[in-house]
Design a binder for this molecule. Structure first.
Ligand code: APR
Length: 238
Protein backbone atom coordinates (compact mmCIF):
# COMPACT_ATOMS: atom_id res chain seq x y z
CA UNK A 1 0.00 0.00 0.00
CA UNK A 2 1.23 3.49 -0.84
CA UNK A 3 1.89 5.69 2.18
CA UNK A 4 0.14 8.65 0.66
CA UNK A 5 -3.39 8.15 -0.48
CA UNK A 6 -6.96 9.00 0.16
CA UNK A 7 -8.44 8.25 3.54
CA UNK A 8 -12.11 7.79 4.39
CA UNK A 9 -12.97 7.85 8.09
CA UNK A 10 -16.33 6.76 9.45
CA UNK A 11 -17.20 7.93 12.95
CA UNK A 12 -19.99 7.02 15.35
CA UNK A 13 -21.18 7.91 18.80
CA UNK A 14 -18.03 6.52 20.46
CA UNK A 15 -15.92 9.40 19.10
CA UNK A 16 -18.07 11.88 21.06
CA UNK A 17 -18.43 9.77 24.21
CA UNK A 18 -15.44 11.36 25.95
CA UNK A 19 -16.97 14.79 25.29
CA UNK A 20 -19.97 13.71 27.36
CA UNK A 21 -22.42 12.85 24.56
CA UNK A 22 -24.09 9.54 25.34
CA UNK A 23 -23.78 6.64 22.90
CA UNK A 24 -26.89 4.81 21.71
CA UNK A 25 -26.44 1.15 22.44
CA UNK A 26 -25.28 1.15 26.02
CA UNK A 27 -28.62 1.46 27.71
CA UNK A 28 -30.84 -1.56 26.98
CA UNK A 29 -32.13 -0.17 23.68
CA UNK A 30 -33.19 3.14 25.23
CA UNK A 31 -31.92 6.57 24.21
CA UNK A 32 -32.00 8.96 27.13
CA UNK A 33 -34.87 6.81 28.50
CA UNK A 34 -36.90 6.76 25.28
CA UNK A 35 -37.62 3.84 22.99
CA UNK A 36 -35.91 4.13 19.58
CA UNK A 37 -39.24 3.64 17.77
CA UNK A 38 -40.75 6.58 19.67
CA UNK A 39 -38.05 9.16 18.94
CA UNK A 40 -36.19 7.98 15.84
CA UNK A 41 -38.80 6.91 13.32
CA UNK A 42 -41.17 8.89 11.05
CA UNK A 43 -44.02 6.90 12.62
CA UNK A 44 -43.00 8.02 16.11
CA UNK A 45 -42.95 11.64 14.93
CA UNK A 46 -46.40 11.30 13.34
CA UNK A 47 -47.74 9.78 16.58
CA UNK A 48 -46.34 12.32 19.01
CA UNK A 49 -44.52 15.27 17.41
CA UNK A 50 -44.35 17.18 20.71
CA UNK A 51 -42.40 14.35 22.38
CA UNK A 52 -40.00 14.04 19.44
CA UNK A 53 -39.41 17.80 19.35
CA UNK A 54 -38.76 17.84 23.13
CA UNK A 55 -36.26 15.01 22.69
CA UNK A 56 -34.24 16.69 19.92
CA UNK A 57 -34.59 20.18 21.44
CA UNK A 58 -32.93 18.78 24.59
CA UNK A 59 -30.18 17.08 22.54
CA UNK A 60 -29.55 20.33 20.61
CA UNK A 61 -29.41 22.39 23.82
CA UNK A 62 -27.00 19.85 25.34
CA UNK A 63 -24.50 20.57 22.55
CA UNK A 64 -23.85 23.93 24.22
CA UNK A 65 -22.44 22.09 27.24
CA UNK A 66 -19.91 19.90 25.39
CA UNK A 67 -16.66 20.51 23.55
CA UNK A 68 -14.59 18.52 21.04
CA UNK A 69 -12.20 15.99 22.56
CA UNK A 70 -8.72 14.83 21.55
CA UNK A 71 -10.11 12.42 18.92
CA UNK A 72 -12.09 15.12 17.09
CA UNK A 73 -9.06 17.42 17.21
CA UNK A 74 -6.68 14.77 15.90
CA UNK A 75 -8.98 14.03 12.93
CA UNK A 76 -9.12 17.74 12.07
CA UNK A 77 -5.32 17.85 12.25
CA UNK A 78 -5.10 14.85 9.93
CA UNK A 79 -7.28 16.63 7.35
CA UNK A 80 -5.03 19.72 7.56
CA UNK A 81 -1.69 17.91 7.37
CA UNK A 82 -2.24 14.80 5.26
CA UNK A 83 -1.13 15.35 1.65
CA UNK A 84 -3.92 13.19 0.20
CA UNK A 85 -7.65 13.61 0.63
CA UNK A 86 -9.30 12.96 3.97
CA UNK A 87 -13.07 12.55 3.97
CA UNK A 88 -14.85 12.27 7.30
CA UNK A 89 -18.24 10.56 7.19
CA UNK A 90 -20.02 10.78 10.51
CA UNK A 91 -23.15 9.09 11.78
CA UNK A 92 -23.21 11.63 14.58
CA UNK A 93 -25.71 14.45 14.62
CA UNK A 94 -23.63 16.60 16.98
CA UNK A 95 -21.37 19.34 15.62
CA UNK A 96 -18.15 18.39 17.41
CA UNK A 97 -16.17 17.46 14.28
CA UNK A 98 -16.76 20.85 12.67
CA UNK A 99 -16.06 22.66 15.94
CA UNK A 100 -12.72 20.82 16.09
CA UNK A 101 -11.91 22.11 12.59
CA UNK A 102 -12.87 19.32 10.17
CA UNK A 103 -14.27 20.71 6.91
CA UNK A 104 -14.47 17.79 4.48
CA UNK A 105 -17.31 16.23 6.42
CA UNK A 106 -20.54 14.41 5.59
CA UNK A 107 -23.27 14.10 8.23
CA UNK A 108 -24.90 11.00 6.76
CA UNK A 109 -27.57 10.83 9.51
CA UNK A 110 -28.35 14.57 9.52
CA UNK A 111 -27.58 17.28 12.07
CA UNK A 112 -29.16 18.52 15.29
CA UNK A 113 -28.38 22.06 14.22
CA UNK A 114 -30.41 21.81 11.03
CA UNK A 115 -34.16 21.96 10.44
CA UNK A 116 -36.11 20.62 7.48
CA UNK A 117 -39.37 22.14 6.29
CA UNK A 118 -41.89 19.51 5.24
CA UNK A 119 -43.91 22.15 3.36
CA UNK A 120 -41.25 23.68 1.09
CA UNK A 121 -38.46 21.06 1.49
CA UNK A 122 -35.87 23.70 2.51
CA UNK A 123 -33.14 22.80 4.99
CA UNK A 124 -31.77 25.54 7.20
CA UNK A 125 -29.26 26.00 10.01
CA UNK A 126 -31.14 25.90 13.31
CA UNK A 127 -29.92 26.49 16.84
CA UNK A 128 -33.20 27.12 18.68
CA UNK A 129 -36.05 24.86 19.82
CA UNK A 130 -38.40 23.41 17.22
CA UNK A 131 -41.09 22.36 19.71
CA UNK A 132 -42.71 25.81 19.92
CA UNK A 133 -43.78 25.74 16.24
CA UNK A 134 -41.43 28.36 14.78
CA UNK A 135 -41.98 29.55 11.21
CA UNK A 136 -39.87 28.20 8.37
CA UNK A 137 -37.39 30.88 7.29
CA UNK A 138 -37.85 29.94 3.65
CA UNK A 139 -41.65 29.67 3.18
CA UNK A 140 -42.74 31.35 6.48
CA UNK A 141 -45.24 28.62 7.33
CA UNK A 142 -45.42 27.72 11.02
CA UNK A 143 -45.35 24.20 12.43
CA UNK A 144 -43.84 22.58 9.35
CA UNK A 145 -40.26 22.15 10.54
CA UNK A 146 -38.89 18.80 11.70
CA UNK A 147 -35.45 17.86 13.00
CA UNK A 148 -33.13 17.28 10.03
CA UNK A 149 -32.23 13.85 11.34
CA UNK A 150 -32.27 10.62 9.32
CA UNK A 151 -34.62 8.32 11.19
CA UNK A 152 -34.90 4.56 10.90
CA UNK A 153 -36.52 3.71 7.58
CA UNK A 154 -35.20 6.90 5.92
CA UNK A 155 -32.38 7.21 3.40
CA UNK A 156 -29.03 8.48 4.74
CA UNK A 157 -27.64 11.58 3.04
CA UNK A 158 -25.09 11.84 0.22
CA UNK A 159 -24.69 8.11 -0.29
CA UNK A 160 -23.48 8.47 -3.90
CA UNK A 161 -20.58 10.65 -2.76
CA UNK A 162 -19.77 8.27 0.07
CA UNK A 163 -19.68 5.17 -2.15
CA UNK A 164 -17.53 6.99 -4.71
CA UNK A 165 -15.07 7.96 -1.96
CA UNK A 166 -15.02 4.40 -0.56
CA UNK A 167 -14.22 3.05 -4.04
CA UNK A 168 -11.35 5.52 -4.44
CA UNK A 169 -9.77 5.35 -0.97
CA UNK A 170 -6.54 3.66 0.09
CA UNK A 171 -7.41 3.52 3.78
CA UNK A 172 -10.72 3.17 5.53
CA UNK A 173 -10.87 3.75 9.26
CA UNK A 174 -13.94 3.23 11.41
CA UNK A 175 -13.97 4.95 14.80
CA UNK A 176 -16.39 4.61 17.70
CA UNK A 177 -19.24 2.80 16.02
CA UNK A 178 -20.89 -0.46 17.00
CA UNK A 179 -21.34 -1.55 13.37
CA UNK A 180 -24.99 -2.30 14.08
CA UNK A 181 -26.65 0.10 11.65
CA UNK A 182 -26.58 -0.22 7.86
CA UNK A 183 -25.58 1.12 5.39
CA UNK A 184 -22.65 2.50 7.44
CA UNK A 185 -21.88 -0.96 8.85
CA UNK A 186 -21.25 -2.19 5.29
CA UNK A 187 -18.70 0.49 4.36
CA UNK A 188 -15.74 -1.60 5.50
CA UNK A 189 -16.57 -4.37 3.03
CA UNK A 190 -17.12 -1.89 0.18
CA UNK A 191 -13.75 -0.24 0.82
CA UNK A 192 -11.92 -3.52 1.32
CA UNK A 193 -13.29 -5.07 -1.88
CA UNK A 194 -11.94 -2.03 -3.74
CA UNK A 195 -8.47 -2.54 -2.27
CA UNK A 196 -8.35 -0.28 0.79
CA UNK A 197 -6.49 -1.12 4.00
CA UNK A 198 -9.01 -1.12 6.82
CA UNK A 199 -8.66 -0.26 10.50
CA UNK A 200 -11.15 -0.27 13.34
CA UNK A 201 -10.68 1.90 16.43
CA UNK A 202 -13.34 1.21 19.03
CA UNK A 203 -13.72 0.61 22.73
CA UNK A 204 -14.55 -3.05 22.02
CA UNK A 205 -14.74 -5.23 18.90
CA UNK A 206 -17.66 -3.96 16.81
CA UNK A 207 -20.23 -6.25 15.23
CA UNK A 208 -18.24 -6.11 11.99
CA UNK A 209 -14.79 -6.35 13.57
CA UNK A 210 -13.79 -9.43 11.57
CA UNK A 211 -14.01 -7.48 8.29
CA UNK A 212 -11.12 -5.17 9.22
CA UNK A 213 -7.45 -5.87 8.48
CA UNK A 214 -6.48 -4.30 11.81
CA UNK A 215 -8.23 -3.31 15.01
CA UNK A 216 -7.22 -1.25 18.02
CA UNK A 217 -9.48 -1.42 21.02
CA UNK A 218 -9.65 1.27 23.67
CA UNK A 219 -10.67 4.91 24.13
CA UNK A 220 -10.84 7.03 20.96
CA UNK A 221 -9.44 10.01 22.89
CA UNK A 222 -6.15 8.13 23.28
CA UNK A 223 -6.02 5.81 20.27
CA UNK A 224 -7.03 8.31 17.56
CA UNK A 225 -4.35 10.94 18.36
CA UNK A 226 -1.77 8.11 18.55
CA UNK A 227 -2.82 6.74 15.15
CA UNK A 228 -2.80 10.22 13.57
CA UNK A 229 0.69 10.92 14.98
CA UNK A 230 1.81 7.59 13.59
CA UNK A 231 0.62 8.02 10.01
CA UNK A 232 1.71 11.67 9.82
CA UNK A 233 5.17 10.58 11.01
CA UNK A 234 5.27 7.85 8.33
CA UNK A 235 4.45 10.47 5.72
CA UNK A 236 7.17 12.83 6.98
CA UNK A 237 9.83 10.11 6.69
CA UNK A 238 9.18 9.73 2.97
N1 APR B 1 -13.84 5.38 22.45
C1 APR B 1 -14.05 4.51 21.44
N2 APR B 1 -15.20 3.83 21.28
C2 APR B 1 -16.17 4.04 22.19
C3 APR B 1 -16.01 4.92 23.29
C4 APR B 1 -14.78 5.61 23.39
N3 APR B 1 -14.52 6.48 24.39
N4 APR B 1 -17.14 4.89 24.03
C5 APR B 1 -17.96 4.03 23.43
N5 APR B 1 -17.39 3.50 22.32
C6 APR B 1 -17.94 2.54 21.36
C7 APR B 1 -18.89 1.54 21.96
O1 APR B 1 -18.16 0.41 22.44
C8 APR B 1 -19.78 1.20 20.78
O2 APR B 1 -19.27 0.08 20.05
O3 APR B 1 -18.70 3.28 20.42
C9 APR B 1 -19.72 2.45 19.90
C10 APR B 1 -20.99 3.26 19.85
O4 APR B 1 -21.97 2.49 19.27
P1 APR B 1 -23.48 3.01 19.14
O5 APR B 1 -23.96 3.55 20.43
O6 APR B 1 -24.26 1.89 18.52
O7 APR B 1 -23.39 4.25 18.13
P2 APR B 1 -23.28 4.27 16.55
O8 APR B 1 -22.52 3.09 16.05
O9 APR B 1 -22.80 5.63 16.20
O10 APR B 1 -24.79 4.14 16.11
C11 APR B 1 -25.06 4.19 14.74
O11 APR B 1 -27.41 4.13 15.06
O12 APR B 1 -29.00 4.68 16.44
C12 APR B 1 -28.51 4.97 15.23
O13 APR B 1 -28.58 6.90 13.91
C13 APR B 1 -28.04 6.40 15.12
O14 APR B 1 -26.01 7.24 14.14
C14 APR B 1 -26.55 6.27 15.02
C15 APR B 1 -26.38 4.87 14.47
Amino acid sequence: MADIGNIVILTGAGVSAESGVRTFRDNGGLWEDHRIEDVATPEGFARDPALVHRFYDARRAALREVTPNAAHKALARLEREWPGQVLLVTQNVDDLHERAGSTNLIHMHGELKSAWCRACDARMKWDEDLGDHPACRACTMAGTLRPDIVWFGEMPYRMDEIYAALAACDRFVSIGTSGAVYPAAGFVRQAREMGAQTLEINMEPSEGSLWFHDARHGAAGELVPAWVDEILATEQRR
